[in-house]
Design a protein around this ligand. Structure first.
Ligand code: ATP
Length: 383
């Protein structure tokens, strides 16, 4: 009788015998990799491996100390403790966090092409809170879906927090959606699991990302506190008001400390008082943690809530409105608002539609350079 481990050795010995060079009656063993592919041993990378290594080498890597501080994808190496759980990443970030140039998205429906984005340019700095507005069908949701990794552009350039959205593979996309960006849908219920309570909803994405229990509990408590829903921690989403549910959706989206938060019509289902509460929550998130926030909306009230509004028209950025406070604050301050047309890299700009209509401008205009501005007239002077 042959005991367990010895039985294995005996079998291996028999196999060796069968494969012996005299080979009589013996089964031939499959040649090893080195024999099957002479000149291509494991140490010689295949073309696909070489391409992958080149891609990895091109990816910017922060210095070792910063990598340790912000932590790799697994939570095992992430800093823990109350302060660490809420700190934003210490990656050396480029100043521009969202960069779109000549972005194009073409949908094909029943053989018909719909150009939803036609060469859109957009730059958002790290830590900005920006609203994107535009008429229905102008391409706002298409843009947001691309920026959040839910959809891919047809052409152009789109970079978010160092990720190239056109060249992203499946696993990078998954990591990007889990850790780099958070998303808030119009209906809060789309972000929430109805049978989990408030705290469990915030805990869930952290579990999926593999965070430790203690770290998750700390982060959940801090987020609920920041968003003013700590008292509702044990309640179900159905028991919350509209504003509380949407603030919970924001907490869920922020659970894994994303660098960018995208919100699609976050106040679409709310009245004006509740909308104000949600915008206040977004401002707090933006100011307290430096999270870049991009809100797509039809809500005219957004103008009073953010400093920068980008208007999209026909799949392109058409104009921007910047607001700043003047005076020392308090009761005396007032808000200055200036509207700018957006100039793209090749010098194209969209004139405001009402200006063009007011002067009857059509196919051509006369353009003249003055000392410090450019003048534009209709082709034919008004009679
Ligand atoms: N999946 C799709 N297939 C075909 N066409 C689409 C698709 N998604 C969007 N479109 C088209 O692309 C254009 C832009 O749509 P998009 O939803 O981005 O606009 P929007 O500004 O978000 O509009 P709304 O404010 O009404 O949501 C529209 O003409 C729309 O019909």
């Amino acid at each position: 009788m042959v005991a367990g481990a010895d039985r294995g050795r005996v079998r291996a010995g028999r196999r060796r015998q069968r494969a012996a060079p005299d080979g009589r009656g013996g089964r031939r063993l499959r040649p090893g990799r080195a024999q099957r592919h002479p000149g291509r041993s494991r140490r010689t990378p295949r073309p696909a491996d070489r391409a992958r290594d080149r891609r990895r080498a091109r990816r910017p890597r922060p210095p070792r100390r910063a990598r340790r501080a912000c932590g790799p994808p697994t939570s095992r190496h992430r800093p823990t403790g109350p302060g660490a759980a809420m700190t934003t990443t210490t990656h050396p970030q480029p100043e521009t966090q969202i960069e779109c140039e000549g972005l194009v998205r073409i949908y094909k429906r029943k053989g018909v092409e719909v150009v939803a984005l036609q060469g859109l340019d957009l730059h958002v700095r790290r830590g900005e809170l920006v609203a994107i507005v535009g008429a229905s069908g102008s391409g706002k949701s298409t843009l947001l879906n691309i920026l959040s990794g839910l959809d891919s552009p047809s052409a152009g350039r789109a970079l978010v927090a160092g990720h190239d959205l056109l060249g992203m593979g499946r696993s990078e996309r998954r990591h990007y959606r889990l850790r780099t960006c958070g998303f808030v849908w119009q209906r809060a219920t789309d972000n929430l699991v109805p049978y989990l309570d408030v705290a469990q909803n915030v805990d869930l994405p952290q579990r999926l990302a593999g965070s430790h229990r203690g770290e998750r509990a700390t982060r959940t408590a801090l987020l609920l506190d920041l968003l003013g829903i700590a008292d509702q921690a044990g309640e179900r989403p159905a028991d919350l008001t509209g504003s509380q549910a949407q603030r919970l959706a924001i907490a869920v989206a922020l659970a894994n400390e994303p660098q960018v938060l995208f919100c699609d019509e976050p106040t679409g289902d709310l009245d004006s008082a509740e909308s104000h509460e949600v915008y206040t929550a977004l401002q707090q998130v933006n100011e307290a943690h430096g999270t870049t926030v991009v809100v797509v909306t039809h809500d005219p009230a957004v103008a009073g809530e953010v400093r920068r509004t980008v208007a999209i028209r026909d799949g392109r950025t058409a104009s921007e409105t910047l607001r700043r406070r003047s005076g020392e604050g308090g009761a005396d301050h007032h808000v200055l608002s200036e509207e700018f047309a957006v100039l793209d890299r090749v010098g194209r700009l969209q004139l405001p539609r009402d200006f063009v209509t007011a002067l009857g401008m059509r196919h051509r205009v006369r353009v003249e350079l003055a000392e410090d501005h450019i003048q534009i007239w209709p082709e034919e002077p008004p009679s």
